[in-house]
Structure formats: structure tokens, C-alpha cells
Design a protein around this ligand. Sequence first.
Ligand SMILES: Cc1ncc(COP(=O)(O)O)c(C=O)c1O
Length: 481
Amino acid sequence: MNSQQESASGTDRNPRPNWPSTAGARAVGGDDLPLSKYFSEPMPSDVFPENGMPARDAYDLIHLGLRVDGQPSMNLASFVTTWMEPEAKMIIAEAEHTNHIDHEEYPIASHIESVCIKMLGDLWNAPDPVDCVGVATVGSSEAIMLGLLAHKFNWRAKREAAGLAADKPNVVFGAETHIMWDKFARYFDVEMRKIPMAPDRYVLDPDEVLEHVDENTIAVGAVLGTTFIGETDPIEELNDRLVELKSEKGWDIPIHVDAASGGFITPFSRPEERWDFRLEQVATINASGHKYGLVFPGIGWLVFRNRQLLPEDLIFSVNYLGGAQPTFTFNFSRGSAMVQAQYYNFLRLGRRGYTAVVENMLANAKYLNEVLESSGRFEILNPELPEPVVTFRLKEGAATYDEFQLADRLRYHGWIVPAYTLPPNAEHISVMRVVIRNDMSRDKLEMLVWSIAAAMAHLDESGSSQTPSERKTHEAQRQRC
Ligand SMILES: Cc1ncc(COP(=O)(O)O)c(C=O)c1O
């Protein structure tokens, strides 16, 4: 029985696709026609294809298939960069074959990584940027994990040196943090002391932090630009309280600042704001190069205030550049292209360029805030806009539908604007969030505003864009959150 017969008889649930052989695959009607006969063949989905196909066909199939996905530039849920200059793309194309871990072979590529780290140390006001060390990561998630791991090692080394027990580390942070913080605690076996939000406060309260820390606290987490609302934890106040605690009890508890999005906003929009290495307890900072660092996905940064804070045990050292170059990542091989693209942006934009981009984004965010507010139907959650992130909710009694239904209807217009509930103890509050990126022009924003108005007009008339069962699912999701 051949595979076609087997499949027809229903005895083989995973038939090997009976692809035509490569030979003659282009000979549709005897011509080299585009969009060949593969377009009428099912694509293999769970078995390895037996035959190959012409490069052009493989390209067309994948390229046209991917077009079904959402438009990245209309995905306003994501902070991740969707536009870069053509010259940046040239650098990316030139570096795409470079394995960044291979420092021996690509010393310039890895030198550029350490240059970026010193530049970030300077941007974040390290006492001596030359003494800053760190690492380029895949994103902020890896950077947060590595930073906290370093704090765990430092804490353990200190405890052991003092002859004290080192088996019960804990980490203190608020519910406003990204899920990566919970992951760190679970993956690396550290007790998570997570402080809930309050119904009317969505950032950390330093008093509560003080109630949660003790001699086994490896670090306290603070966020510059929260994922949920785009607000900022009171980092300076937190620092001052931990400095006091250090002098009272001798507990020297470092702060790790998760500046995933704010690390490339605040230095340009409010350079006088003290959230960074100007504060004594701020030991490590992470940021996502692929968010407001304005680079395509695949780049994050972890920077240490000074090299003493990076535990030797975590470093794998290479010394060909005349000094030890610390490398410590979870991955071994990784592409170098986004590191080089980040360097391109630093050179290309400088402080003035980043400031101009940030000002544009903030002006557009302010505009959207004002339009939504003036409609009389929305409440804005972060009117001060520390970040170009507009977070809003329907006013009490302003509609017969909720934020989930509005988000759902906006999809009909092609926009992805997420609706979600806040973490405990503010889970009864649902919000919507628009992340303004560098590719959001005022014209495009007007189209979004138009779509929001059209979506609401539709919902006002129909009452709901959801079937009763969709509505039930949303309710259930909300109760689970
Ligand atoms: C505050 C915060 N931390 C960490 C992350 C994770 O960042 P990445 O996607 O770069 O790993 C995010 C992502 O949105 C974030 O908002």
C-alpha cells in the first residue's frame, strides 16, 4: 500500500506528504510561472517533508502565509520596535551571520557590546561608567534573571563569609512588576515576597517594602515604566528608606531597577529625575533595547553599577582584548545583529536624537489622552504620562459594554489594543492600553481615534459585539485574574 492509499484508508494518522519531487516543479503548463502548483498542495504540518521545493516557491508560501498575521504597526499592545531606518537594516543584514558569542572570531562585534554598556552606564549616571560591566541579552527578561541571580550569589557569599545561614533567600517586589520576576523566584528557588497593589495605588509603597525585607533579602525590585499602567515606582524614596535601614540594621539591600521601557525614556524626557545609579542602593538596571531603545526584537541590556557587583562565579572570561571581558548569558550562540543595531542608534541619534524621538512620542500620547478625556467617556489612569503609554478605562456608567468588548470591536478595524484587569488587589479594574511607538504618526493616531469612535458608535447601537458565550468567557477570564 502506498502512502496515499494508507492515508485514504484512514489507517495512518500522520501520512508523509506526498509532495511532488523538486524536478519539474516549475513546469506548470510548461512555463516558469509564479505561485506554482504548491499552492494547491497542503503544507506539511507534523511530518518532515520528503522532498524540497524551489527557493522561490518556499519564499512565496511563507511570505504570503505570514501576511495573514496582524500588522505589527497596528499592534498597539506591544512596546517592541516595528520600524528602523534603512541604514540600520543594512547593518542588521551585514551582521546577521555573526554569532555574537564567538568573541575570538568577532572581537570588534563584542567590543561594541562593551562600548554600549559603558554608554548606558553613562546615560544612567554611574559614578564611573568605565567601571560598569554588563551584558547584552535577548531582552529584559533574561537581563532581569541574570541581575537577580547575581544578587543571589552576592548575598550568599556575604552570608557564608560571615558564617551565617544562606539557605533562605527572598526577593521583594510589587505586583506591578512583569511576570519575569515571578519566574525568577520560581526558577531559581528564591522566596517571592510580592506586595499586592491597592485599589487606588498601582505602584510600590516604600513602607510596605520595609515591612517585607529582612536579612535574607537578596534584592528589592522597582520598575521604571510599569507594564500595566506605564507608571513609575517611587524609586528615590525607596532608596532613601533602604539607606536608612542599612545604617540602622546593617542590611545592605540592593535595588534592581527594571527599566525595560523607562530606561530609554526618562533619561531623555526628565533627565533630572533620580531613579538610576545616582541612588546609592541601585546596583543593577535592565532595559529592553527592542522597546524604546528603538531596535527590532532580540536585544536587552543588563548593567552593573561597578564590576565588584558582578560575582566572579558567574563570569566566563575571555582576555584577548587586553583585559577580562565578562560574559555571562543563559544562551551560548546568539545573533550579533541587534547589538550592532543598538550601537547604530546610539551613534546615529545621540542624546539629542533620542530626546527628539521621545518628545514626539510623548506629544502624541498626550494628544490621545486629551482626545479620550474630552470625549467624556473615558478616565485616564496615568495623566502625567511618564511614558508614551496611554492607559484608560470607560467611565462608570459611560457605556453598556466593557473594555474587553471595545478591544474586541477595535480588532474589526485592524487595531490591537489590549484590555486587561489589574493584578491583586486592583483586579476589579479593567483597563485598555495604547503603547505609542516611534512609528506612530499623528495621522495614524487620528485613524485610531476614528476607529475608537466608530467602534463605540457600533457598540452603542448594538449593545455588544460579543455573543453571550464570548461574554461569559471574558467574565470568567476576569474572575481568574
Ligand atoms: C516592566 C517590564 N519588565 C520586563 C519586561 C520583559 O521584557 P522583554 O520582552 O524585553 O523580555 C517587560 C515587557 O513588556 C516590561 O514591561
